[in-house]
Design a protein around this ligand. Sequence first.
Ligand SMILES: Nc1ncnc2c1ncn2[C@@H]1O[C@H](COP(=O)(O)OP(=O)(O)OP(=O)(O)O)[C@@H](O)[C@H]1O
Length: 258
Amino acid sequence: MKNVVLKATGLNIGYAVSKKSISICQQINFELYKGELLCLLGRNGSGKSTLLKTIAKMLTPIEGRIEINEKSIETLAPKELAKFIAVVLTESIPENSLTVYETIALGRQPYTNWLGKLSKSDIDIIENSMLLTDTNNLANKLIHQLSDGQLQRVMIARALTQDTPIILLDEPTSHLDIHHKINIFKILSKICKETEKTVLISTHEINLALKTSDRLLLIDQEKFSVGKSTNGVIQENLMTIFNSDDIRYDSHSNQFIF
Ligand SMILES: Nc1ncnc2c1ncn2[C@@H]1O[C@H](COP(=O)(O)OP(=O)(O)OP(=O)(O)O)[C@@H](O)[C@H]1O
């Protein structure tokens, strides 16, 4: 039996504009299982960031419920939620004047006392996160001295250091070259296998997502679906969302051909 780490039921996501609710996508239902890598796919403006921010409780759903361990996230205080979900957003660039080590260590904040003093087990978790993300050789560099690819790895290390069962990442490979994109997907895949964390990534890298993810979440104009890329309904939805004169989904090779 699958071990459910998060469940969303009857979600309607969107924004309040001039006191009116504007819905971006409705009837969103899904479960996330322990240790799986999931990719959230959809065209520009389809609602990927909105969904991730709703799961992270940075936005309130218009309707519906998100549960962790059968508890609604509504009832969890920010510090409590930070023990279940770590979030890596593209816009959350860390403090420039900190070193890589200090930045990654910040992931322990939900657990450290008010002085922020690190225990031996905190240090072990930090070192293990640096090992998994290959950031040890960057430890003493300042954040502003990093390349985009190095910074992405540091942000993933910080999320890992938070030691949560779930990690959400919003477009973690934007601005990276193909080698670094593949490297980030490899690292995330390794994290799922070695730590049994559940990793949910929003991405435009559809072929990398098809190749590496356990399941896909597809979001498109008020329509949401979830399943394996070998599932017939998911394949149909992939075609509906992305096929055009320039690009076509080939179910035989399970990839998009340009
Ligand atoms: N603060 C906001 N207030 C109102 N509408 C918003 C707000 N932020 C985003 N939107 C709208 O919500 C819709 C979904 O945006 P979102 O950023 O979730 O899409 P996305 O799938 O992440 O897009 P992209 O692939 O371009 O990053 C868009 O139509 C966007 O204009």
